[in-house]
Design a protein around this ligand. Structure first.
Ligand code: SF4
Length: 292
């Protein structure tokens, strides 16, 4: 099997066998995201997918976990997804679960019974980038959905019995938009109550000037370390979640922490406060190590 690069997967799918059922992202318009800008979106042909599956079923018949790529593979029409899942179930007898990336636009034509039909065929985990709960920011970054649609999408997935892993992108609102980004994001996450919640921190590299001036407008300033931590504090202090695993271990973040809500909330806040009070920033990941 040959992959069409670049290929991305969530860190928690590191041990999964990956099949590309689509190439690129059907939306591909989020302005902070360059992951699939080099690809033209397409759903791969059945014959190509089948060939990959048969080859890997011969090479790795005991596979237990599978991840379906690329960017928002949940956007594939339900009957085709069912056909793919049935093939996976047939060829991998030890299959336990399948994960997939989802974008909020993918849920427009997916009913709860569609999602239940996928769940029945071992689709188990959806990875959904919320990015922010602030409607103005969602529009600016061209996410393709507002906060109400994102909440509806997340609830739909959970109501269908799927597990949901969500992502908030710290720093997206810059210095001036930091507080509302944190507070509105907490509101959206609370309304969904996902199974997993991760924070990543915006990293733009050579793209930062374009993002600062052309996309966000003059006056937009990226957060520094301390401002990023403060934003995390504002966000976490408002979280009212039950049974959600929370983590900031991603390499883009300054402070790697994790815990379960509600029981670890105070412990997490204490750690953030310690880091905020640490003048030498010894608890924080150095700038050069971010993204590695
Ligand atoms: S939906 Fe996800 S993969 Fe697609 S452009 Fe937006 S952030 Fe990137």
């Amino acid at each position: 099997m040959q992959y069409d690069m670049p290929l991305y997967r969530p860190p928690s799918e590191a041990n999964s066998l990956i099949f590309q059922i689509t190439l690129g992202c059907s939306w591909n318009r989020c302005l902070f995201c360059g992951m699939y800008k080099s690809k033209r979106y397409q759903v791969r042909k059945w014959e190509e997918i089948e060939k990959d599956v048969l080859e890997m079923a011969w090479l790795q018949p005991d596979t237990r976990r599978i991840f379906l790529a690329d960017g928002d593979a949940l956007g594939v029409e339900t009957p085709f997804l069912i056909r793919i899942l049935e093939l996976l179930n047939e060829k991998f007898r030890s299959l336990e679960r399948v994960g997939i990336y989802a974008g909020p636009t993918n849920f427009k034509d997916k009913t709860i019974s569609n999602l239940k039909a996928l769940r029945k065929r071992k689709l188990d985990m959806l990875y959904l980038g919320i990015e922010t709960g602030n409607d103005d920011l969602l529009k600016r970054i061209c996410k393709g959905a507002g906060s109400a649609e994102i909440i509806e999408a997340g609830r739909k997935a959970l109501d269908a019995g799927l597990r949901l892993s969500t992502i908030i992108l710290l720093g997206l609102g810059g210095v001036d938009g930091s507080f509302v980004h944190a507070k509105d994001s907490a509101k959206v996450v609370n309304a969904i109550n996902p199974s997993f919640l991760s924070c990543l921190t915006l990293m733009l590299g050579h793209f930062s000037e374009v993002y600062e001036t052309k996309i966000m407008g003059d006056g937009f300033k990226l957060l520094d370390k301390r401002q990023s931590l403060q934003e995390l504090r504002w966000f976490v202090e408002d979280l009212e979640l039950k049974g959600t695993h929370f983590g900031t271990e991603h390499a883009s973040n300054y402070l790697p922490i994790h815990g379960d809500f509600p029981q670890d909330k105070q412990k997490i806040l204490k750690l953030i406060d310690m880091a905020l009070g640490d003048k030498k920033s010894g608890l924080l990941r150095p700038e050069w190590a971010r993204g590695l």
